[in-house]
Design a protein around this ligand. Structure first.
Ligand code: AMP
Length: 546
């Protein structure tokens, strides 16, 4: 016997319809490439998303056809999210920080038919467009009168002209909720990038997950500023979760430096924001150098790489902003775990909880986790034993687009677990802690050293602005850790002093063998430390005494 409830497919168009009808007056504020501030509401966004839907139809893009974006976080990007997916086409967000060769590869692999791009990427598109034969329409995200006439790009139109001629009423089609809605390529640090294809169903279920009280607790009273780019796993689903609860959105455009972010947070009374630790480092440097305070900011979601304890403590103790440490990946939409207390922590003070927050949190309903050893056996949840982290759930990848077979590991129920490539521990309460990417773990004398632990300790030293730890080959121990450090301006520290800093914090054999001071540390396209590049830079380096 089947249940007798209404059969509504979970479609992305229902989010924008809901936001328009129930929270239509809530503001969407965007700092544009031009530097000015654009303001409108969810109702305006909904009307213009209808115009986008008509425009892709008029362009002849078929159902499931790909419409790509090379864009910052802003209102036009939001309209493409809803207009393209809502009309049953696939919005393919491309990371503009990738190498042009990788961009070409991705556009061809995805067979994008329309590509919408920001004026800041005009030179990039001029360089690649002849190599992208599937793209039949190039859309510059600008006003009609700003379109350059000598760009050399055929079939180029301004976004405002492209949608301007279309009606702002559209009947969103109904289709299978498992249809593809969005596409995002992994950063491709090993081999070619791989495409993750989100469905309408996975996107909506994930948006509910993001809004849960033990995750962001996002509500109709919030003003959310996603700093995490809309080209990186859909800004962690925040543009969808905001529509689902009726939150206001503030988009930073390309200005992600500490000063610009601080000014936007204050001017727009932002209550919650989301981004990677490197962004928060820049924000903290700005507020501390200028002795500033946050007037409304209450919560801050940190993920993408490990949040150091020093950062969590500074936000919470010095600025009264609750830090929510979360973990996920492109393949997991991305939300996998988030840190929130359990009832047993209620007797602890907020400060007593802080050291626990270096863990990446616990699974939220919708996903399940496990850790396994080399033979595929489960390892205990004791907070000490580490294993390869597997994850499953309705917003976790099953197969890559055009992938050869499925990467899933089957269990006894033939259900698939996605192997994350991360190494982690899980404690008895279910809190997971990432030890490393499996390829970044330092293997020394048969034991493992977590590069994340070494980095977290280093950045707690007042003279350290940024730190990275990599393994360097050693004739006896296989590998030994070396610490790379960028010093904070105006504060001196020596190699010996930094090594001494580890003495009461970790086992002696885990202390790095050397410290190398650098002017800068290479970051990848999503703001994470590029360990492959660092290893390359160290290829002629010899450990002391070897
Ligand atoms: P991406 O698919 O580019 O978002 O990268 C996903 C990877 O980033 C994960 O597999 C982890 O290695 C890393 N990552 C994400 N969040 C965290 C976190 N909170 N702590 C440590 N590593 C993280």
């Amino acid at each position: 016997m089947l249940g007798l409830m209404q059969d509504h497919p979970l479609l992305i168009s229902s989010l924008i319809e809901f936001a328009e009808r129930h929270h239509g007056d809530r503001a969407i504020v965007s700092r544009r490439v031009e530097g000015d501030i654009h303001r409108y509401s969810w109702a305006d966004a909904a009307r213009r998303s209808c115009q986008v839907a008509h425009a892709v139809e008029a362009e002849g893009v078929p159902f499931s056809g790909r419409v790509a974006t090379l864009a910052w976080n802003g209102y036009r990007h939001l309209e493409l999210y809803y207009g393209v997916s809502g009309a049953g086409r696939v919005v393919h967000t491309i990371n503009p920080r990738l190498h042009p060769g990788q961009l070409i590869w991705i556009v061809n692999h995805a067979e994008d038919q329309v590509l919408c791009f920001e004026t800041s990427f005009l030179p990039l598109v001029q360089a690649i467009h002849t190599h992208c034969p599937t793209v039949r329409r190039w859309v510059l995200l600008c006003d009609a009168d700003k379109l350059p006439h000598d760009s050399g790009i055929p079939n180029l139109v301004s976004y405002e002209a492209w949608i301007g001629a279309q009606s702002d009423r559209y009947t969103w089609p109904r289709f299978d909720e498992n249809s593809a809605a969005g596409m995002c390529y992994t950063s491709g640090t090993t081999g070619d990038p791989k495409a993750v294809l989100y469905s309408h169903r996975s996107t909506i279920l994930h948006a509910y997950g993001v809004a849960l009280p033990d995750v962001t607790g996002l509500s109709a009273c919030d003003v959310m500023l996603p700093v995490v780019p809309m080209f990186h796993v859909n800004a962690w689903g925040t543009p969808y979760a905001a529509a689902l609860v009726g939150a206001s959105l503030v988009f930073p455009g390309p200005a992600l430096d500490g000063k610009s972010l601080y000014e936007l947070i204050e001017a727009e009374k932002v209550t919650i924001t989301a981004g990677v630790p490197t962004i928060w480092q820049m924000l903290l440097a700005h507020v501390s150098a200028n002795k500033l305070r946050f007037s409304r900011l209450a919560r801050l979601l940190i993920g993408g790489s490990a949040a150091p304890l020093a950062m969590i403590e500074t936000f919470e103790n010095d600025y009264g902003v609750k830090a929510i440490h979360a973990w996920g990946m492109t393949e997991t939409s991305p939300l996998g775990t988030a840190w929130a207390p359990k009832a047993k922590h209620m007797d602890l003070s907020a400060q007593q909880c802080q050291p626990l927050k270096v863990k990446q949190g616990r699974a939220i309903f919708g996903v399940d986790l496990k850790i396994i050893d080399d033979q595929g056996h489960d390892v205990p949840w004791d907070g000490k034993t580490y294993g390869d982290l597997l994850i499953k759930g309705p917003w976790i990848l099953r197969a890559y687009y055009k992938g050869q077979g499925s990467p899933l590991i089957r269990d006894e129920h033939a259900l698939g677990w996605f192997p994350t490539g991360d190494v982690a521990t899980i404690d008895a309460d279910g809190y997971m802690q990432i030890t490393d990417r499996s390829k970044d773990v330092i293997k020394s004398g048969g034991e493992w050293i977590s590069s994340i632990d070494i980095e977290n300790i280093a950045v707690a030293h007042p003279a350290v602005a940024m730190a990275a730890c990599v393994g360097v080959p050693h004739p006896k121990w296989d590998e030994r850790p070396v610490l790379l450090v960028v010093k904070r301006a105006g504060i001196e520290v020596s190699r010996e002093e930094l090594l001494r800093f580890y003495e009461d914090k970790i086992a002696k054999w885990q202390i790095p063998d050397d410290v190398i001071f650098m002017d800068s540390i290479a970051l990848g396209a999503t703001g994470k430390i590029l360990k492959t590049k660092l290893r390359e830079q160290l290829k002629d380096y010899k450990l002391p005494g070897v």
